[in-house]
Every structure is written in structure tokens, then in C-alpha cells.
Design a binder for this molecule. Structure first.
Ligand code: BGC
Length: 774
């Protein structure tokens, strides 16, 4: 205590520089005392059971300014630097919806999850969502949204996959860039995360990811590279895991050599919450801000400075980057938040975006759209308890979630009232029985979804007599802290299987259709039961307007145009990463980690190399349930032959015309895959190199789409040369409606081998990784 007081006294005696004209961030950092800099690079703490209440500097926690925010940075009035506030997360602003002593509420929009947004393949839409999301950040008084998440869907069981976009780095990078541009257009910041290779929740703080340089560069870093170069985020969040040895937050080569020197990142890097171990190593690596911040971190930095093991210059640079960030914030600009973010208008955008990213997987005999006024029997507890988004820090406190029957009713359908009379009280009663838990309790021990209601045969038969068609919703939820399981999650529960069988038997016996709605944040098994459904709509986790958005697609008000940005295998074991997920544990070396939790050292080897998702399925010829890029429409499209034009600088332009040949308006997503010539490096059968979505085309209407390719787009990372290299030879360009539905091809020739870009020899795995090859 004594030292804090003496430190505060000495600070108040320091000259005031706030009013003096325009110092650069570095000049301001140089004017700071050592103690001030230490206080700046360590966040202000977080109110969590078992942790410090603030970092004990005497400046105080800022949580009370925006309750429910995740953290804050310290204020330095003498330097004119205010405190700033950061809050989660990727599906919308996560703050407390209520405040002590106030009657008004602070709800935020629960947006469709990232996986759904990516399935729209529409970067303009994602930017629009980002603009609205950022408005809520600004108007609720927050400076940085801890989003977007853009880790790769390496394995379908990844607990946070819903927060991330895709199994492909191009889609991930383009979507994240659009999101960052949208959010930051409000003058608030973003923190794209988790940099890098945070592809699992199991042992996330203790797993060492062993991955080749090539897989890193082509798959796991590529999306971040695209995002940094195309959107200039204010901050980036390092991840929890180790990467080929050190923690990512302690890795100079990741955070400085690659991120700053190779890619030109100008912002600050913050840790994930309590991430890493050695604050001094983090400072040296260029991980400028330690979040949420603890007194122990400050003490260690102070000790290293005194001992001369940390150069004060390093700390000054870290501080300067934080100052540069602070000077951009609404807090610095003294913006007074209105606490009126326009939730009504945002709900309309959320509804439209949700429908744009839903994927019509199957639609036999044009079962969908349903005719107006159809009588629909909604089965499954999820129909009455729709999942708007995932759990953990990716969750949002929204005011409501529209259920399926509510959406159906508003769309002019007639939901079966007898079923509602059974389900609604059941769901209410079961939910009331669930334990009331704090965020932290729920975080570490998520409450399972309520069990399926078992219906007797008479109930199902009566519904089949009364209704025109059946809807069965299958629901899944997951989130931070644990990965999903195959039993009763990836694979159906016995009760769901039984419901599908009974309902489809009863309705099909009467010549009536059965439509399954999948309400999940990630991939589930569908191959064993899909024959029971006439149509399957993958609604993902569509945010607060869930039921309305599903009804918009079921009614045909919105013609589905979403396509998968992640593959659906026939069975879990077909995924090449299944044998290496979530890796090996070393329980004999267990130690005590954050908040007294057991930390088990672990290791995961990315033995699939670059062959993640469709790159593997296409190359190995392994059949899937629904391929990458798949998604149906209520109309049809014709693709004209593709035209390739050479442009200056070794670039190429590919163009083609898409025509709506069906009977109703619709949008089409065209994907450009490239098959490279066989050269020195092993190449996937095809890789996505571009995508474009048409506007809404009326029947008979056409639109020309363009794709531009640079030599870098055709290159692979050659580990021997530590460079991006384009091999000479013939490249086949494949324009498709999915990775398996190629409509047009064209070729282009590269006359000689080109080293497109030399890189630094860094992040080398400590042992050679044995990788799958074709
Ligand atoms: C998560 C981050 C999140 C942070 C702050 C961590 O547990 O991994 O994604 O932004 O908490 O809530």
C-alpha cells in the first residue's frame, strides 16, 4: 500500500504535459516515468472470483463505467490519456444488459454467428453488419470490440468454431477484413483474434501446436495476413497456445518479424485474457498490452527493468503503440455515448443477414418454399427454444430470440397449436429447473441443453393429419472452454433419431413433406438420416431474429443464397484431423494454472499439413455429405464460358456472366478454384482463389462477375527457399457453384518459375512434422 501512495504522490508532482501541443506517441511515451509505462502496458484487471479486483495501482477498475466489459487500460490525466474500455465479442457487443439502480436496459444485438456470415460469401453484407455492430460499441461507450475471430475450422469439433468463419483462409481473411472495416468505420477499434493457431479449446492454455512452416503460411497465418493488409485493425489479440515451442504471446518472430515487419501491422498486440506466462518475454516479443492485467505482471516487469534484463527502450516502444491506439479512441476524443445504439434498425439488418447466410442443403421435389398459409407442425425442443448464438465470451446479452413458431406465425403460416401446447410449457418448466449460474460457473461448466420431449405416436399422427408439412429443428450449442463431442452432439442423440423416424414415417405415409432445420454453430453428421428429410435448411445460429429469418427462407421471401464455407463429412472419422485432435496430454507434468485450475501440458501435431477440409477431401477423393461451397437456391443459374485476360504485372482477370434461368429472383455465389501444375511441391487438387456474389437477379437477368489473380495468389510456400513460389506450367481455373460442381474451366500458363516473395526463416518446428501427402 505504502508504495502505491508514494508512487501516486510522486506522479502528482510531475509536470502536466496534457495541454502541450501535439506530441507523437513515442514522444509522449518518452515523457512517461518508468512506473507510468509499466502501468500502461498492464491492463486494469478484471472482477473475477479468485483474481485481483483491478490491478491494484490505485487508479481503480473501470468495469463500472460499462458493466460487463472485459477490461480496460489505465488513465494518465497528466498526459491527456484517458482510460479505454474493451469488450467482447464476435457475434456482437457483450455487456451487462442491466445496471444496479437503473431501470433502463443495455441490450445489444445478437448478430448471426461468424460461420453464418461467412456462408453468405458477401463481404459487403459483412461490412454492413460490422458498421452496425460498431455503432453499438461506440454508443455504449466502448473503445474496442474484441472481434472478429478468424481461426481456421481445423476440426468440426472445435468448441469456438461458430465464432470463426471457415475452413479456408481466403474466406476467413476476406470476411474478417470486411468486418474490421465495418466496425472501425465508426471510429472504434477491433481486436481480430486469436493470433495464431488457436484451433481447439481442449488444453488451450497448455497445448503446443506443432505445425510446418508451409501449413502455417498457407493456412493458419494467411487469413490474418489478408485481414491485416486489407483492413488495418487497431489491435490484434495473441492466442493462448504454444506454437512450435514458445507461447504465441511471447514469440517475437510471430508478433514482430511476421506481423509487423513482413505484413506492416501498425497497431498494438494484446494478450488473450491471462494468456502466456512471462510478461517480460511478452514485452520483448511485441505483445504490448497484457490483459486483463495483474499486479504480479507489473512487479515482474519492474524487476526485469531494475535488473537490466528488459531494456527500457522496449517498454517505451510498447507504451508508444498503446498511446497511438488511445489517441484514436472515442474516449480520447471525449465522445459522449448516447446509450441509444439503434437496436430496432439493427434487428432488421440482423434478420436480413441471417437469411443471406443460411444454407439450403437439400430440397427434393421443390419441397420448399412452402405455400402461403401452409399449416406447419414444428417438432423438436429447439423449435421452441432457438439458439441465437454460442456460449462463453462469444455470447451476447440480447433482449429476445424469436422462436420458430413465432416466426412462422408472423410470416402467415399456421403453426400447429396442439404441438405448441405440449412443447411451450415443457420447455419453460425444464428451463426453470436448470441451475442459475454466474457467467464464470457457466463458463467452466456449461448447462446442457434440455432433453428432447418424447412424443407418443398418437400426438405425431394427429399432427400429421392436421398439418401440411412437418418441421423438425435440431439444436446444438457450444462455446469457449471445451470442444464438442462426437456422441450426442456431432452425431444425433437417440431421441432425435427417433423423432426424425417417427415424424417422417407419419408424414410420408400421408404424402406430406418433412423439412429439417439445423440450428447449430458448426458441423453435424447428416449422412445417416438425411434420407428421412425432403429438405434440409442449415440455419446456423442466426442471432436474435432467428425464427423470423428462418421463416423468410421457408416462405421464399428470401431466396436462399448461402453456401458452405466449411465441409460436412459423411462421418467424423473421415476428417483428416480426427486422428490428431485434440492431441496428446502429459498428465504426469500437470501444474496449477490460472485461477487455481489444473493445467495439463499437451501437444497436437498438424499431421495433415495444408490438407485441411476440402483441400483434403478433393485431393484424397474422400466423399463428403455436403461439399465446401455447396448451397441450393429456389432458382437456377447458367454460367457463360470464362474469359481470361492478362493484366500488367503478371496479373490476370477472369470474367464470366451468370444468368438466372429459373422463375424467381435469386443471387448466386460463384467460386474460383485453381488446380496448379505438378511441380516441386505437393499441391491440393484445387484451392479456392476467389469468390463473388451476384446482386439479386430477376428471372432472365444476367450479371458479369470478375475475379483478379496475382502471381502471389497462384504461389505456394516453399520451405526450402522460405519463399512464396509460383511454378511454371498450366493452371486450370475452375468456376463453380461448389467445390464439386464446376461449371466452367479455363487455363492460364505461367512461363517460368517465379519467386514471388522471400520471407524470414522463422517459426520453424522443433522437429520435422510428418505430413500427409497425396
Ligand atoms: C477469450 C477471448 C475474449 C477474452 C475476454 C478469453 O477467455 O478467449 O476471446 O476476448 O476472454 O473476454
Amino acid at each position: 500500500m505504502k508504495s502505491i501512495f508514494s508512487c501516486l504522490l510522486s506522479l502528482s508532482a510531475l509536470p502536466l504535459v496534457a495541454q502541450q501541443p501535439d506530441f507523437s506517441p513515442l514522444q509522449l511515451a518518452e515523457k512517461m516515468t518508468r512506473e507510468e509505462k509499466i502501468r500502461l502496458v498492464v491492463g486494469m484487471g478484471m472482477k473475477l472470483p479468485g483474481t485481483a479486483q483491478g490491478n491494484g495501482t490505485g487508479v481503480g477498475m473501470l468495469e463500472d463505467k460499462v458493466p460487463g466489459a472485459a477490461g480496460s487500460t489505465a488513465a494518465f490525466p497528466r498526459l491527456g490519456l484517458p482510460a479505454t474500455i474493451v469488450a467482447d465479442g464476435p457475434a456482437g457487443l457483450r455487456i451487462s444488459p442491466t445496471r444496479p439502480g437503473e431501470s433502463r436496459t443495455y441490450y445489444a444485438t445478437a448478430w448471426p454467428v461468424a460461420t453464418l456470415l461467412a456462408s453468405s460469401w458477401d463481404t459487403r453484407l459483412v461490412e454492413e453488419v460490422g458498421r452496425a455492430m460498431g455503432r453499438e460499441v461506440k454508443e455504449y461507450g466502448v473503445d474496442v470490440l474484441l472481434a472478429p475471430g478468424l481461426n481456421i475450422h481445423r476440426n468440426p469439433l472445435g468448441g469456438r468454431n461458430f465464432e470463426y468463419y471457415a475452413e479456408d483462409p481466403l474466406v476467413s481473411g476476406k470476411m474478417a477484413a470486411a468486418m474490421v472495416r465495418g466496425i472501425q468505420s465508426n471510429g472504434v477499434g477491433t481486436s481480430p483474434k486469436h493470433f495464431a493457431v488457436n484451433n481447439q479449446e481442449t488444453n488451450r492454455n497448455s497445448v503446443n501446436v506443432l505445425v510446418s512452416e508451409r501449413a502455417l503460411r498457407e493456412i493458419y497465418l494467411r487469413g490474418f495476413e489478408i485481414m491485416v493488409k486489407e483492413s488495418d485493425p487497431w489491435t490484434i489479440m495473441s492466442s493462448y497456445n504454444y506454437l512450435n515451442g514458445p507461447y504465441t504471446s511471447e514469440n517475437y518472430d510471430l508478433l514482430t518479424t511476421i506481423l509487423r515487419k513482413e505484413w506492416g501491422f501498425r497497431g498494438l498486440v494484446m494478450t488473450d485474457w491471462f494468456g502466456g506466462k512471462d510478461p517480460v518475454a511478452q514485452m520483448k516479443a511485441g505483445n504490448d498490452l497484457l490483459m486483463p492485467g495483474t499486479p504480479a505482471q507489473m512487479a515482474e516487469i519492474r524487476k526485469a527493468l531494475e535488473a537490466g534484463t528488459l531494456d527500457e527502450k522496449v517498454l517505451t516502444e510498447n507504451a508508444a503503440r498503446i498511446i497511438r491506439y488511445i489517441q484514436q479512441t472515442p474516449a480520447f476524443k471525449k465522445y459522449v455515448p448516447s446509450n441509444q445504439p439503434g437496436l430496432k434498425a439493427h434487428a432488421a439488418i440482423a434478420r436480413r443477414a441471417a437469411a443471406e447466410g443460411m444454407v439450403l442443403l437439400k430440397n427434393e421435389m421443390s419441397s420448399l418454399p412452402f405455400p402461403k398459409g401452409a399449416r406447419l407442425a414444428a417438432f423438436g425442443i429447439t423449435s421452441y427454444d432457438f439458439v441465437s448464438g454460442g456460449t462463453g465470451s462469444g455470447d451476447v446479452n440480447e433482449a429476445y430470440t424469436v422462436t420458430l413458431p413465432e416466426g412462422l406465425l408472423q410470416a402467415g403460416f399456421i403453426p400447429d397449436s396442439a404441438l405448441q401446447a405440449l412443447y411451450v410449457p415443457y420447455v419453460t418448466a425444464e428451463k426453470a429447473l436448470q441451475p442459475k449460474k454466474s457467467f464464470i460457473e457457466e463458463f467452466f461448466n456449461p448447462t446442457p441443453r434440455i432433453p428432447e420431449l418424447e412424443l407418443n405416436v398418437q400426438t405425431i399422427t394427429a399432427a400429421a393429419d392436421a398439418a401440411d408439412a412437418a418441421l423438425i429443428t435440431l439444436g446444438r450449442n457450444a462455446g469457449e472452454g471445451s470442444d464438442r463431442k462426437t456422441a450426442n452432439d456431432f452425431n444425433l442423440k437417440a431421441s432425435e433419431q427417433q423423432l426424425l423416424e417417427q415424424v417422417s414415417a407419419a408424414f410420408h405415409a400421408r404424402g406430406k413433406r418433412v423439412v429439417v432445420v439445423i440450428n447449430a454453430g458448426g458441423v453435424i453428421e447428416t449422412a445417416s438420416w438425411r434420407h428421412l428429410a425432403d429438405a434440409i435448411l442449415l440455419a446456423w445460429q442466426p442471432g436474435l431474429e432467428a425464427g423470423n429469418a428462418v421463416a423468410d427462407v421457408l416462405s421464399g421471401k428470401m431466396n436462399p443464397s448461402g453456401k458452405l464455407a466449411t465441409s460436412f463429412p459423411l462421418k467424423y472419422e473421415d476428417d483428416i484431423t480426427a486422428v490428431n485432435f485434440p492431441g496428446r496430454e502429459f498428465p504426469e507434468k500437470a501444474e496449477t494454472g490460472m485461477m487455481g485450475m489444473k493445467k495439463i501440458p499437451a501437444e497436437v501435431v498438424y499431421g495433415e499439413g495444408i490438407y485441411v477440409g476440402y483441400r483434403y477431401y478433393l485431393t484424397a477423393g474422400v466423399p463428403v455429405a455436403w461439399p465446401f461451397g455447396h448451397g441450393l437456391s429456389y432458382t437456377r443459374f447458367r454460367y457463360s464460358p470464362a474469359v481470361v485476360t492478362a493484366l500488367p504485372g503478371g496479373n490476370f482477370r477472369v470474367s464470366l456472366t451468370v444468368t438466372n434461368t429459373g422463375k424467381i429472383p435469386g443471387k448466386e455465389v460463384v467460386q474460383l478454384y485453381v488446380t496448379a501444375p505438378s511441380g516441386k511441391l505437393d499441391k491440393p487438387a484445387a484451392e479456392l482463389k476467389g469468390f463473388a456474389k451476384t446482386r439479386l437477379l430477376a428471372p432472365g437477368q444476367s450479371q458479369m462477375l470478375y475475379f483478379q489473380l496475382s502471381p502471389r495468389d497462384l504461389a505456394s510456400f516453399d520451405t526450402e527457399q522460405t519463399a512464396w513460389v509460383t511454378d511454371a506450367g498450366q493452371y486450370t481455373l475452375k468456376l463453380g457453384a461448389s467445390s464439386l460442381d464446376i461449371r466452367q474451366t479455363a487455363v492460364l500458363r505461367v512461363s517460368k518459375n517465379v519467386i514471388v516473395q522471400k520471407c524470414n526463416k522463422v517459426l520453424v518446428p522443433p522437429v520435422p512434422i510428418r505430413e500427409w501427402k497425396k
